[in-house]
Each structure stands twice: as C-alpha cells, then as structure tokens.
Design a protein around this ligand. Structure first.
Ligand code: ZN
Length: 518
C-alpha cells in the first residue's frame, strides 16, 4: 500500500486517482466508525440495558441504521467508486489497492440496491424481535416469537432479492457473512462432512471406554471461575487494554473500534466448561479482531475475511488448543489452584479426557465438538427452506423436532430446548449458521499447517507459550484482512485447497483416542 497513514476524507475537490482513492477510503472509514457505534449499542443491549429500555433502543438502532445507510450509499461515493473501478488503479493498480476498490464497490452496490426503508425496518424489527425472543425462550412459548419470525423472514427475503438480484436469494444473504459463498457447493461439502461424522458419533456413543466427564459437573465457584478464565484469556494473548469480558445470556464477541473488542460469556457453577470454553471461543474471535491491521480499521485490508474465517479462529483456540493434552499440561495446575476442592483427586490427563466426551444433546452452544456440526447443518437446511418458501414459519417447530429426532435420536421436550434456543433468526441473522461448520473445517486445516510450520508447537503450548501459534496466525490469517476470500485465504495460508478432510481426520484421531478406539 502506498499510504503509510490511514486515509482521511479529502477536504477539497479530488482530482488524481490517488486522491480519489484516499477520499473513497476516508468515506468508507467514516461509515465504519458510525457502524461501530451501532455495534456498541448492540453490545449494551445484550449486556447492560434495562428491560424496559427496549422500545427506545429500537428507535435509536433504526435512526442510526438510517444514518449509516445514507453514508454508505451517498452519491459522491458512488461516483468515486465508479471512477476508481474503471480507472487505472482499479484495473491495473497494485493488487491490494485493486482488491480494496473492488470490495468497496461490491459492498457499496449491494447497499445502494437496498432501500433505506427496508434497512430501517429490519433494524427496528430485529431489536424488538430479540426482546421477544428472550421472553419467548424464558417462557418456552413459540407463539410469542412466531409473528416476529414471520416478519423477519419476509424482510430477509426482500433484502435478498434487492441486494444481489442475480444470485440465489440464500446466497445473497450468505454474502453478508461469507462473501461469494454458494449454498450448493456448501451443501456438498457438508454432505461429505456428515458422512464422516455420523458414524464417528455412533462409535463414540457405543464405546465401552467412554471418558468420565462427571468431574466437570462438580462445584466450581463463580468468583474463582472469573479469575481463572481471565488468566486463561490473557495468557493466550487477549489484550485486556484493548478489550473486555462481560456476562451475557448468549456469549458473543463484538468490536466497537480497533482497540475496543468486547467478549462475553455465561457462568454455571455446576459445569466448568460453560464459561471456560465460552471464553476460549470468544477470545479466539477477539485475537483475530485485535490482530487485524488497525490502521486500516473499517476498510477491506483491516477487516475480517469472513465469518467462517472468524469462526476458524475461535474454534481453533477453543477446541484444537483448549481440549489438547498439551494445553492441559499447562492449564491443569492453574485450574487446580483455582478450584482446589473440585479438582483435588483429578490429574491433567483425566481432565483433558473428560473434555472429549461425545454425547448427543439438545443445545447447540453446549454441544461437543463432534455433534456440533450436526446442529449447524440442520439449521442450514431449515433456514434455506424458510427463504425459498418450501418451509413455512408456522411449521418450523415441528420441522425442527422431526429433523432433530432423525439426526440425534432425541425429540426436544420443549421449544426452549429446541427451536427457541438461538438468537440468530430473531436478530435477522439468516445465512449465518453455515459459517460455524465452515469455521471448524478451516480451523482444522489451519492447525495442521501451523503444526507443520512450528516444529515444537505442542511443547510450546504445554509450557504456556502461546505466542508462536498466535504469531503464525497473525501472519497467515489476521494480517491479510479481507483482501482474499476465505477459500483463497485458506489455500494461501496452508498451501492446500480448502477441504473438510482435515477436520474429519482431526476428529477421528482425537476422539478415537479419547474413546479408546483411535
Ligand atoms: Zn463464534
């Protein structure tokens, strides 16, 4: 990049290509700054906002969404991007600059085709629907949520046809999270994954040598958990001077600025993994956000490649590091010091093995690493039906329960344990679920490449030295921003085209060993 400093809006009329590029970047960055305020309000809504503040927050969200949308679709920016993409920088400029122009134009055109009325209505409806979801889930009452999902899926179908009219509507929605992804290719990938996972789950469940995970269900006082997980997050590299950890019902990571990454978790005194793996997961997202080139905040070189790549970072730390023998060699003495009563008769090896137990269960966010992908693939199929019209919202609970029974052999006893468990659909996040399984696929492939690139990786992790792995991820993934799409990024980082084979091999090797058949 020729610009050493982050671009700022040009004060006067622009002439040269360079000045035009600087002005376009400055404009886009300004929109990203406004959007980061939206993100902060969203964080507050789920973390601190009092229950009755919802209606006014919905107005704030809609008002701000309208301002951000105006900024993102301004005629001056349309003109700049049109000139740039036709000009020498866009056509034959340095690869990074040409990619930045192409991505800014893609995003701009998508938004410009979506009417402001729809953007505002979606923002307002989603805030209110998320409040309705929280009440509906608490009461396990589908009818409290149903009218909201009717409205949201109608609005999402409209958004899909507006923003990328030439694409399949589901692909159009996925483009917000996984740019360029096609559901047909993803469905084939998932079929191959499923064909490996279903028999693996079966072997784990039928194993006579299943890990004993009862030690995880002892008493782990919350105050001690809070100190412990903070230490773990800090040790793997999460920078608490540029981020914070709070408590929410549904853990998440959101970014309110280049030096302001918010992660959340929930606490369960009777089950240590809830908070520990919630934090390892969200801190993995946080490490990615904190590793993006901060001088390019809000512009493609400083943005995450996709949500699938984002999820690869969280899953890598949560599962591939956090459930490994090496990690527990380092972590166990710290856990024992934090929970002396619960862990007095336990050793590192039995702790690590307990964390590998596979058991079909109702709730996605509490699922083990192997069955997790089945939860995701089921939602991918259901939401596609809701978008293409083959499934009606009214029929969703029964479709959910039937499919769940077919995949897991259990029928959810209530809607709270079934169709009401996730916040995504009420938050307007449609086309988002497949990025979770994609993240698992990429995580395994990236970890295999890191093992090849760092010869003493596991010895380092066992000593609590996480920086060789983090440094590798910084240069292979974080530092590249969004200039490559996820398939190209994975190939550039690992030297092989993206494949689910690494994940299947990793699951079979690690879970086979933990269940006595590997
Ligand atoms: Zn995640």
């Amino acid at each position: 990049m020729p610009h050493k400093d982050p671009p700022t809006p040009a004060a006067s009329a622009v002439d040269s290509e360079e000045e035009l590029f600087t002005a376009a970047c400055g404009h886009a960055r300004q929109a990203a700054v406004l959007a980061s305020v939206e993100s902060l309000l969203g964080w507050d809504e789920l973390t601190l906002m009092p229950p009755r503040a919802g209606p006014h927050r919905a107005e704030q969200a809609a008002a701000l969404a309208a301002i951000v949308h105006r900024q993102r679709t301004s005629p001056e920016q349309a003109e700049r991007l049109a000139r740039l993409s036709e000009g020498p920088l866009g056509r034959d400029g340095p690869a990074e600059i040409a990619a930045t122009i192409r991505l800014l134009k893609h995003d701009f055109d998508k938004r410009a085709r979506t009417p402001a009325r729809l953007v505002e209505e979606l923002a307002r409806t989603c805030v209110e629907a998320q409040q309705a979801w929280a009440s509906a889930r608490a009461a396990s009452s589908w009818v409290m949520l149903e009218p909201w999902l009717e409205r949201i899926f109608a609005l999402k179908r409209e958004q899909a046809t507006c923003q990328l009219p030439d694409r399949d509507p589901y692909d159009s929605l996925m483009d917000d999270y996984e740019p360029g992804a096609r559901w047909t290719a993803l469905a084939e990938r998932f079929d191959r994954l499923r064909a490996g996972i279903v028999p693996l789950v079966q072997r784990c469940v039928e194993s006579r040598n299943r890990p004993d995970d009862s030690i995880l269900r002892r008493s782990y006082p919350i105050a001690a958990q809070q100190r412990f997980v903070h230490e773990v997050a800090e040790s793997i590299g999460f920078d608490f001077d540029r981020g914070r950890l709070d408590t929410t019902e549904h853990p998440f990571c959101s970014t309110a600025g280049p030096d302001d990454c918010r992660i959340t978790t929930r606490w369960d005194e009777g089950f240590l993994p809830t908070a520990l793996y919630g934090v390892l997961h969200e801190a993995g997202h946080g490490l990615y956000e904190q590793g993006l080139p901060r001088q390019w905040f809000g512009l493609p070189p400083g943005e995450a490649a996709s949500l699938g790549i984002h999820e690869s970072q969280s899953r890598l730390w949560e599962n591939l590091v956090g459930r490994s023998e090496g990690f527990w060699e380092w972590c166990f003495p710290r856990a024992q010091a934090a929970f002396p009563e619960a862990l007095s008769d336990v050793d590192a090896a039995s702790m690590q093995r307990a964390l590998m137990a596979v058991r079909p269960s109702l709730i996605r966010v509490e699922a083990d690493e192997v069955t997790y992908n089945l939860h995701v693939m089921m939602r991918f199929d259901l939401e596609r039906g809701l978008i293409d019209g083959s499934l009606r919202v009214a029929d969703l609970p029964s479709a959910w329960n039937d499919r769940f029974e077919q995949d897991f052999g259990i029928r959810p006893p209530s809607d709270a344990d079934g169709v009401l468990q996730d916040i995504h659909w009420s938050g307007g996040l449609v086309g988002y679920f497949p990025t979770y399984a994609l993240g698992n696929i990429c995580a395994a492939q990236l970890m295999a490449a890191a093992e090849g690139a760092i010869p003493d990786l596991w010895q380092s992790l066992a000593k609590g030295r996480f920086s060789p792995l983090l440094d590798w991820l910084r240069s292979a993934v974080h530092g590249r921003g969004r200039l490559l799409d996820s398939e190209s990024l994975v190939e550039a980082a690992t030297g092989s085209p993206m494949s689910e084979q690494w994940l299947l091999e990793s699951l079979e090797r690690r879970y086979g060993k933990a269940h006595g058949f590997g």
